[in-house]
Design a protein around this ligand. Structure first.
Ligand code: G3H
Ligand code: 13P
Ligand code: NA
Ligand code: ZN
Length: 328
């Protein structure tokens, strides 16, 4: 059944677990997420980005999620719109039947320029008013995602700030977070703690100076009743990087957010953990390997089934590690 984000995250907070929120662009990702949820008895958050809507079209994203609800009726599913850049975009998703939207007012409508605090409060408050009237949950974002190593957002084509960011943009301030939540009434708050979108998060395995899990603890002690969201939470599995590079790929050395650090975040109020890149890496690795080992194959179902299997394994790992398993 479709449920709202608020229902699910309230349950997660009560029982102390986190929920991975996987991005969906195609049927293989959708099936992988649901098969893993079915195996582990986990509730599901699937999210469609602007990029996903441009790639597959909003009706296909929506019907893929509805198809999943029909095939696995016993699994609770949140249909979430990722990174809306205006109240109008969120409104259209609400009309399409999404049960949750993200109003990312940390950036202006271009998805690139960091906004003022007043702008963020204004667009988020307006989105909450509209969404709550429809029983839809809202995720806001305070702080700008980006690397504490370079001061840059990294992500080239998706949502991400352009230009150098300062330390107080890169780390959400607990006091400001408290003010933001009380002024906007958001159901969940995405915070900045040194993670960024995409595969190139860290040039070395992250330590506390570049991945500020301590900041999450400070925010959670200030606003213990707010569900926190970590974006840019792919772990960038080294084994999949190796598979890709052993089969013709060229991905330079890079590191993601270790699962143990995410678990530390979950102990301190993180309830939604956004993951896209890990499924991209696993499916690309599985397809490269399959095609290299089966050069005569030209049936896409064969290599896409390998991609689905690889993504399912990642989803199972995350559901188990975050404590989501057993809570459907
Ligand atoms: O927001 C970041 C997600 O990874 C979505 O990326 O805009 O390329 O679909 P995308
Ligand atoms: P990753 O690029 O780390 O998978 O993050 C995805 C995300 O935050 C989507 O909103
Ligand atoms: Na989101
Ligand atoms: Zn994100």
């Amino acid at each position: 059944a479709l449920i709202s984000m608020r229902q699910l995250l309230d349950h997660a907070a009560e029982y102390g677990y986190g929920v991975p929120a996987f991005n969906v662009n195609n049927q293989e990702q959708m099936r992988a997420i649901m098969e893993a949820a079915d195996k582990t008895n986990s509730p599901v958050i699937v999210q469609g980005s602007a990029g996903a809507r441009a790639y597959a079209g909003a009706p296909f994203i929506r019907h893929m999620i509805l198809a999943a609800v029909e095939e696995w009726p016993h699994i609770p599913v949140v249909m979430h719109q990722d990174h809306g850049t205006s109240p109008g975009i969120c409104q259209r998703s609400i009309q399409l039947g999404f049960s949750s939207v993200m109003m990312d007012g940390s950036l202006l409508e271009d998805g690139k320029t960091p906004s003022s605090y007043e702008y963020n409060v204004d667009v988020t408050r307006r989105t909450v008013d509209m969404a709550h009237a429809c029983g839809v949950s809202v995720e806001g974002e305070l702080g700008v995602l980006g690397s504490l190593e370079t001061g840059e957002a990294g992500e080239e084509d998706g949502i991400g700030a352009v230009g150098k960011l300062s330390l107080d943009q890169l780390l959400t301030d607990p006091e400001e977070a408290a003010d933001f939540v009380s002024k906007t009434g958001v159901d969940a708050l995405a915070i900045a703690c040194g993670t960024s979108h995409g595969a190139y998060k860290f040039t070395r395995p992250p330590t506390g100076d570049i991945l500020a899990i301590n900041r999450i603890k400070d925010i959670h002690s200030r606003i213990p009743n707010t569900h926190l969201v970590m974006h840019g939470s792919s772990s960038v599995p080294q084994d999949w990087l190796a598979v890709i590079n052993e089969h013709g790929g060229q991905i330079p050395e890079t590191y993601g957010v270790p699962v143990e650090q995410i678990i530390e975040g979950i102990k301190h109020g993180v309830r939604k953990v956004n993951i896209d890149t890990d499924l991209r890496l696993a499916s690309t690795g599985a397809i490269r390997r399959h095609l290299a080992e089966n050069p005569a194959n030209f049936d896409p179902r064969k290599y896409l089934a390998e991609a689905t299997k690889a993504m399912t394994a990642i989803c199972v790992d995350r559901y188990e590690a975050f404590g989501t398993a057993g809570n459907a």
